[in-house]
Design a protein around this ligand. Structure first.
Ligand SMILES: [Zn+2]
Length: 478
């Protein structure tokens, strides 16, 4: 069922009001995890509560405990929850967004004040400001949908529950416990979930995102002498930790990106025909990635291989060495202890534990082969599981139809190469199908300077979120 035409017309007629709403939201510098902005984050929660309540939503703030910021114990930003509609004949839909933002200072290189929503003076339709796309734009999109229905006096086609978090940019501390505690309360009985907190792959093609890679981060520490040594005195007489570490690190991944740890490749879920088809249909050109990385340094020249490399295959990256001499100049030190840092991006069915087993076994075996008298310790410093949803679930089919209605084109089916940890928390605890439905474009610059959202994405995004609810209401669950 296509969206109510009066809803779509309302959105077109009220663009200026909707931009004003986003402007007010951006003006509250709700930077989480920073003592200076604790009050602003709270103000942003109040802003949401006030708007939601005016729009007919039963909304409340929930305290979720406290945390320590630079030695001071402060309350965690509250979770804002809201619910509207309670019709047993309608589907129950849960949506998530976050109202906190990344830090931003004009002197970081912003062209305009980061906490003032500024339209591009050249008339491109870009709206610059911290949080414009991540994630205040999408959150205001949901409010716009509510406003249109309230003002037009039409009911939403579904029962809608909302959860807006104020700690996403600072690790979503406390959210998992909150979800767990409300599993049989606020979150009970939901049919599906929609998270709007990621981006199109490019700047032209809407997409639906159905997977995220996980990550295991490792530290390999090699230590031997009890103090740093001089190579003129001890070079040639001791097993050097750095030499051992290079030997180990060089055996992790080939220059072509192939992971050399035995057992890892075998764990990867085989590519299905449906997946292959979805990857082949993605709108993507090698020039896009060349532009994004600033040079032609891609491993493959094939778009599907490149996309799979980024989205559905694991990758191993070497990040750095702690304890190594790294300043300019030529110091002749033999470091006593060094730690190599590397991570593996995880995909189905490479989990935290089975991957770590392979890593530990391999590094210990390889170290033994060196015959070194140094000590080698491997540690998993943090792990996050990969996530994948069924892209043929009715919620995805509804979003597909809504995309075609609003944009006149079929969406790409993408996966993110990185992680959005809250997705996993909701998926694991609530057991729901989750749709990642982006509003902004691939060049929005979510965490960087000059973050923006295009007016057309914000307005069409509002239509998309609303149309999705209509399609969801109409679609059969099987
Ligand atoms: Zn975000």
């Amino acid at each position: 069922m296509a969206a109510n035409p009066s809803f779509l017309k309302y959105v077109d007629d009220h663009q200026a009001d909707f931009i004003q709403r986003l402007k007010e939201a951006v003006e509250i510098p709700s930077v989480s995890g920073n003592l200076e902005y604790v009050k602003d984050v709270e103000n942003m929660a109040d802003f949401l509560i006030k708007q939601l309540t005016e729009l007919g939503v039963k909304a409340e703030k929930r305290a979720i405990g406290s945390h320590t910021i630079t030695g001071e114990e402060v309350a965690l930003p509250p979770v804002v929850i809201g619910s509207i509609g309670n019709d047993p004949s309608k589907k129950n839909v849960l949506v998530y967004g976050h109202y906190d933002v990344q830090p931003a200072l004009k002197e970081d290189g912003w062209d305009y004040e980061p906490f003032t929503l500024t339209p591009d003076p050249s008339g491109s339709g870009r709206l610059y400001g911290r949080g414009s796309t991540d994630d205040k734009g999408p959150v205001m999109g949901w409010l716009n949908v509510l406003e249109a229905h309230k003002k037009l006096g039409i009911e939403l086609p579904v029962n809608l529950k909302m959860v807006f978090e104020g700690m996403e940019e600072s690790g979503s501390v406390g959210l998992d416990k909150f979800i767990e505690s409300e599993k049989d309360g606020f979150f009970a009985g939901q049919d599906c979930m929609c998270i709007s907190d990621n981006y199109w792959l490019d700047t032209k093609t809407p997409c639906l995102t159905y997977g995220l890679r996980g990550i295991n981060y490792y530290e390999v520490r090699i230590s031997g002498p009890s103090r740093d040594l001089h190579s003129g005195v001890f070079g040639g007489t001791v097993h050097e930790p750095m030499t051992d570490l290079f030997a180990i690190m060089s055996k992790l991944v080939s220059p072509e990106g192939e992971i050399l740890i035995p057992g890892v490749k075998e764990l990867i879920a085989p590519v299905t025909q449906d997946e292959q088809d979805k990857f082949e249909k993605i709108h993507f050109e090698m020039a896009d990635i060349h532009a994004a990385v600033g040079g032609d340094v891609t491993i493959s020249e094939d778009t599907v291989k490149t996309l799979m490399g980024r989205m559905r295959n694991p990758s191993l990256s070497i990040h750095g060495i702690e304890g190594a001499f790294s300043a300019p100049g030529s110091k002749t030190v033999i470091p006593a202890s060094v730690a190599g840092k590397f991570s593996i991006r995880l995909v189905p069915n490479l989990g935290i534990n089975n991957t770590t087993e392979c890593v530990y076994k391999y590094i210990n075996e390889e170290f033994k082969k060196l015959g070194s008298k140094n000590k080698c310790e491997v540690e998993l410093t943090h792990g996050g599981e990969p996530w994948i949803a069924d892209p043929n679930h009715y919620s995805y089919r509804a979003a597909h139809k809504a995309t075609v209605e609003v944009y006149g084109q079929e969406p790409d089916y993408t996966r993110e190469g990185g992680s959005i940890p809250v997705t996993l928390d909701f998926a694991n605890i609530l057991g729901l199908n989750i749709l990642l439905l982006p509003v902004g474009r691939g060049d929005d610059g979510a965490h960087s300077t000059n973050e923006k959202i295009d007016t057309s994405n914000y307005i069409n995004g509002t239509k998309l979120l609303g149309s999705y609810l209509y399609e969801l209401a109409a679609i059969s669950k099987d």
